[in-house]
Design a binder for this molecule. Structure first.
Ligand code: GAL
Length: 689
């Protein structure tokens, strides 16, 4: 693993270069004739582009046959970029193996759960654990690293591309062999594995590791712990690939940072990025908006989680889209202002680079209808003018570069293992959605004007006055103890239904639910009562729960009931409880309240924690508020959540940017405003008490 102190933490820059918010795109000049490149560079300069990611899908061009290499074109691209002051985040080009490789070695192709072999002809058709693929890929990495090690354009390495986007779960024989090795390392003996997997059930007992397979399509539900371990193994197998490439890069170019683009967005759940973060020198993320009413808030949620994964250090927005994508059922174009707003909303959450897929919209191939910075219409287009505008706005924000998001009063815990485990099959309901629940809390907090962050469970909990840990289904004893310490030391913890239920082996914590947190919360549940579609249980105050309910008994005298169920004859017991513990408190929410219900409940929980919105009343809900700071200065970001202008009244600080508005006191529809003020550490400490 990289030693943080010895590795570069951001793009390699010329000595004395001023920090800036970088701007750029994936650049695929190999899809275009040479004469287009000159226009590209002229337009990049016009737009203030300073970084491009090159050669991501160029393997077949770079190595057209087993023993032929063609790098002259790439030399020329690198030289052209250097001559124009544009840095290259150079891909290792290993994302998509060329046809000659898969024709000669079909054994690198991934295999699905039902045994189908995936074909070449798309992209990313390789097994993460294939020794043959690894050999070819590492050879390519070495060739590129040696050739460009001293090239002045080289500012970072871009390992592969979106590792796991299409090949996270591979059920091949290579995967089976690697899975067995991984299991042997994890459990030591087959008896321990049998114990962990609970194989006394359904005659699943193994006599030797050699008998174990990935959870391939079976006659009925595969063993749940086998599935969970396979999810862990699969995430780890790709992380191993990342490390294998990075080892070559760091050996040959120790001064060049290595990154790879994560996909913290939507339902991308296979890669445990909290676990991957230590394998890169800085975190990069790709984010694509899924249209719908919650799209903007989901972007902020993902951006905040990316910052949490990055340990709150600046991170790199490697890809998003200037307008429509091509891979959704209906690909919605961005409305005026949305391109800038989306980009700046990532900056608000700690991004120090704003890049797109891709520079020039393709004219051929599967992505020809995906927007780029230069659209099919050419530079004489609203879209390109917006790109140039955004480049200008980012220059206005250069002073923010290097600063970090400040600790928000509320932290929402996000945990990949609980995501995986809580959504396994053969559960009380298949309607439960881990990420949706977290997002609902996030949106309710935004609606109330409360500044929040999304944080991986392993992060520093003490940053936050209130921690919400939705559906923390799987928790180790250590994890449960960390939360208990957090509470005793003065934190206010909120847990929801289906939390603390299983340990790391996906085995039930006996004695009543919510197992690991029963004592802390002072509640006990004997049976889960999931609800049918459309069924809602009434609660106090006109609230209602759906998806899940429980009969909650109180096991300690000091538990306060905040809300009860109001369904005579069915459930009239406690629905939401709170208990003062040590210097803090632990609350429990036993049903899914949804965004609206949480909006009703949260003021009670926040009040008890002494927490109120930092925003003037008129801005609450209409504006998302985020902060970045360095030692002396705080930059306040205000993102308009509505399609109407919002008057920015009662705010401190000097306006330094207001996208889409000439008046710094008016936040344009879909606009973002940034204000600067001196940092007041004493006031921060007071607020934290
Ligand atoms: C990403 C990928 C890019 C491009 C983009 C389109 O998954 O890294 O190469 O395909 O999506 O949205």
């Amino acid at each position: 693993m990289p030693n943080r102190d010895e590795r570069p933490t951001w793009l390699r820059r010329a000595p004395g270069a001023q920090p800036r918010i970088s701007f750029g795109a994936d650049y695929n000049p190999d899809q275009w004739p040479r004469e287009v490149w000159d226009e590209d560079v002229a337009l990049m300069r016009e737009a203030n582009v300073d970084v491009v990611s090159v050669a991501i899908f160029s393997w077949a061009r770079i190595q057209p046959a087993r023993d032929r290499w063609d790098l002259d074109w790439l030399d020329e691209v690198m030289d052209l970029m250097a001559a124009n002051g544009i840095g290259v985040d150079l891909a290792t080009a290993t994302a998509s193996p060329p046809p000659w490789l898969t024709a000669a070695h079909p054994e690198v192709l991934p295999v699905t759960r039902d045994g189908s072999v995936l074909s070449q002809g798309g992209r990313q058709h390789w097994r993460p654990t294939s020794p043959v693929f690894r050999r070819f890929a590492l050879e390519l990495v070495e060739v590129l690293a040696e050739r460009y090690r001293s090239h002045p354009a080289l500012v970072a390495w871009h390992v592969s591309n979106e590792l796991g986007c299409h090949n996270i779960l591979d059920f091949s024989d290579d995967a089976a062999a690697a899975f067995r090795t991984w299991l042997e390392q994890r459990y030591g003996t087959i008896e321990q594995l049998n114990e962990a997997w609970g194989t006394s059930f359904w005659s699943q007992r193994y006599g030797a590791f050699a008998e174990i397979l990935p959870p391939r399509l079976a006659a009925s539900f595969p063993n749940p712990t086998q599935q969970l371990d396979f999810a862990r193994f699969s995430s780890n197998a790709l992380k191993d690939h990342l490390i294998a490439e990075r080892e070559i890069l760091t050996r040959i170019t120790p001064d060049v940072p290595v990154t790879t683009n994560f996909m913290i967005m939507g339902e991308m759940k296979g890669m445990n990025y909290a676990d991957w973060a230590d394998a890169v020198d800085f975190v990069s993320n790709d984010h694509y908006v899924q249209p719908g009413s919650g799209a903007r808030d989901e972007l902020a949620f993902s951006a905040s989680l990316t910052s949490g994964v990055a340990g709150h250090r600046p991170w790199f927005l490697m890809e998003h889209s200037t307008s429509a994508v091509n891979w959704q059922p209906i690909n919605v174009a961005k409305r005026p202002g949305e391109m800038a707003r989306d980009a700046l909303a990532h900056v608000a959450r700690g991004a120090d680079a704003v890049c797109y897929f891709q520079w020039r919209q393709s004219r051929a191939g599967a992505e020809k209808y995906h927007s780029g910075m230069v659209p099919h219409a050419g530079a004489d287009s609203r879209l390109f003018r917006d790109v140039v505008d955004l480049g200008r706005m980012l220059r206005q924000l250069d002073e923010v570069a290097g600063s970090e998001p400040t600790a928000a009063p509320v932290g929402i815990v996000f945990d990949w293992e609980s995501w995986w485990a809580s959504e396994l099959d053969s559960h009380p309901t298949d309607r439960l959605r881990y990420r949706r629940e977290a997002l609902e809390w996030w949106r309710a907090l935004l609606d109330l004007g409360i500044r929040a962050e999304v944080v991986p469970f392993g992060g520093d909990l003490s940053r936050h006055r209130v921690i919400v840990a939705p559906i923390l289904h799987l928790v180790s004893d250590r994890g449960a103890a960390r939360l208990e310490d957090y509470v005793r030391e003065g934190g206010h913890l909120v847990l929801t239904y289906f939390s603390g239920i299983v340990d790391e082996r996906d085995q039930i914590r006996l004695g009543g639910y919510p197992g690991a947190f029963r004592e802390l919360l002072g509640v006990r549940v004997e049976e889960f009562e999931p609800l049918l579609d459309g069924e809602r249980l009434l609660l106090d105050g006109g609230l209602a729960g759906d998806t899940w309910s429980e009969q909650v008994s109180l096991t300690a005298e000091d538990v306060e009931v905040l809300l009860s169920y109001r369904e005579a004859g069915r459930n009239s017991g406690p629905a939401v409880t709170r208990r003062a513990v040590g210097a803090g408190s632990a609350s429990y929410v036993s049903t899914r309240l949804g965004e609206e219900g949480l909006r009703g409940l949260l003021p009670v929980l926040l009040d008890a924690a002494g927490l109120a919105s930092e925003l003037p009343e008129a801005l609450r809900g209409r504006v998302e508020h985020a902060q970045r700071a360095d030692a002396d200065t705080v930059w306040e970001f205000f993102v308009n959540r509505t399609d109407q202008p919002v008057a920015l009244e009662g705010l401190a600080g000097i306006p330094i940017l207001s996208s889409g508005s000439d008046d710094p006191d008016v936040l344009a529809a879909r606009g973002v405003a940034v204000r600067r003020r001196p940092r007041d550490r004493a006031a921060e400490l007071d607020a934290a008490d």
